[in-house]
Design a protein around this ligand. Structure first.
Ligand code: S6P
Ligand code: ZN
Length: 185
């Protein structure tokens, strides 16, 4: 059942969509297997269990031929020296997607199974994710990082692919910003 044409108010500064559809919140306990330092992850998950990121969606459904949108906000932080990030996923039927940076300093890490690409994301930057590239977002700053995603409704989310293959590199906090290290699972 396609949705009717609709007006969606988009507040880039507040990182909100209105009207709002489903909202997703991921806490540290939802992120098992992401961070290289498993003990640091478990301490954080069993301790304060902070919200690491949240995703608000417009009411456009994730259905074939629809074009949903969502805003992801990743809180600033590190676990075991790794910057906070999204789980990351592959679209099972290999469809493209765009991200538009809204607030803060982040990065778009992409991996096609062999090659890694990194795009510095800031307000006004569009990151293009081609079909077949798994993608993960990382907050490399000290304030919340937000971006708008626009993606094919039938794209789906394969999280297992990333747990199995990794993302090629990890994003590590350093004295001056961040660095990408080779992947060690
Ligand atoms: C959906 C799009 C984003 C992510 C969101 C959370 O195709 O790429 O809306 O779902 O950034 O990331 P993840 O990896 O937990 O779904
Ligand atoms: Zn996606």
């Amino acid at each position: 059942q396609p949705v009717p044409p609709m007006r969606i108010a988009f507040d880039a500064a507040a990182a909100t969509l209105s009207p709002e559809g489903p909202t997703l919140t991921r806490r540290m306990s939802d992120l098992e297997g992401l961070f290289a330092d498993h003990d640091a992850w478990r301490d954080a998950a069993e301790g304060e269990n902070p919200v690491v990121y949240s995703v608000v969606s417009s009411p456009v459904p994730e259905e074939d031929r629809e074009l949903p949108q969502s805003i992801t906000t990743i809180q600033p932080g590190t676990t075991g020296g790794e910057f906070w990030m999204t789980k990351g996923h592959q679209h099972p039927n290999h469809q493209g997607e765009i991200y538009l940076g809204l607030h803060g300093a982040g990065g778009l890490l992409m991996f096609d199974g062999e090659r890694t690409e990194w795009i510095d994301m800031a307000p006004g930057v569009i990151g293009y994710i081609p079909p077949g590239w798994a993608h993960r977002s990382v907050n490399v700053g000290d304030e919340p990082y937000s971006f708008l995603a626009v993606y094919p409704g039938g794209a789906g989310h394969d999280y297992g692919w990333v747990l199995e293959h990794g993302m090629g590199h990890r994003v590590i906090a350093g004295d001056s910003g961040f660095s990408l290290t080779d992947y060690t699972r």
